[in-house]
Design a protein around this ligand. Structure first.
Ligand SMILES: Cc1cc2nc3c(=O)[nH]c(=O)nc-3n(C[C@H](O)[C@H](O)[C@H](O)COP(=O)(O)O)c2cc1C
Length: 200
């Protein structure tokens, strides 16, 4: 599969077969993640391969943060329980679970908030490119994937539950796995991109 076909045909798939992803394939994919462009030659990314044994504690810690947010937002209790159950299931049953984190390593230390925020935004743009590398290379290798943004909303819970170094800032999960037999990601719906692209 060439790069253009991979970009064109990659889709998120959330229903995955109960089949492990070989470790060497995960390692190859993460090596490709680490070829992403990054601001001024930094490598601020940290990719955590989360073992199944750690998952329930991780989902529980993140769920506690999310529960507080949902309760504060006034959601009814049954809906909160349902959302948390789904999140627990996604995390604990993922065939392979990658937690993408950032550190400030190599990032410039600006004296003002505006530039400091933008410096970190550059690192976030870079890890977005790394995560796209993961999803595209997974797709090219016959795997499916999807992105879960929950860690961005509970970064401290991720660091504590996985005993990560203090300077890790959790950004997102990527779930990797094989498509169940007979299930294929839907082709990308045709979309009118005209309003997304302008000229000046
Ligand atoms: C920043 C970001 C956050 C996302 N968060 C989630 C998420 O929490 N859960 C999920 O199932 N998909 C998530 N997605 C995947 C999108 O829903 C998905 O990419 C989008 O619907 C387009 O579908 P496609 O990936 O098949 O093209 C996220 C994608 C991005 C880029």
């Amino acid at each position: 599969m060439n790069a253009i076909d991979a970009i064109r045909t990659r889709r998120s798939l959330r229903q995955l077969a109960d089949r492990p992803v070989p470790r060497d394939i995960i390692d190859d994919i993460l090596a490709l993640a680490c070829t992403a462009p990054a601001p001024h030659h930094t490598r601020p990314w940290r990719y955590v391969i989360v073992s199944p044994e750690r998952r329930a504690a991780l989902a529980g810690a993140m769920g506690a943060t999310w529960r507080t947010d949902l309760e504060r937002d006034g959601h009814p209790q049954p809906r909160i329980e349902k959302l948390l159950r789904k999140s627990m299931r996604q995390i604990t049953t993922a065939p392979a679970l990658i937690l993408a984190c950032l550190t400030h390593e190599g990032l410039r230390d600006w004296p003002d908030d505006r530039r400091a925020r933008n410096e970190f935004a550059m690192a976030q743009q870079s890890i977005g490119a790394g995560m796209q590398n993961i999803m595209l290379s997974a797709h090219a290798l016959g795997l499916a994937s999807y992105w879960i943004s929950a860690p961005l909303f509970a970064p401290e819970a991720c660091v504590a539950a996985l005993a990560l170094p203090d300077d890790y800032v959790a950004q997102a999960f990527i779930v990797l796995g094989y498509a169940p037999e007979g299930i294929e990601p839907k082709p990308r719906p045709s979309a009118d991109n005209a309003s997304l692209i302008i000229e000046r």
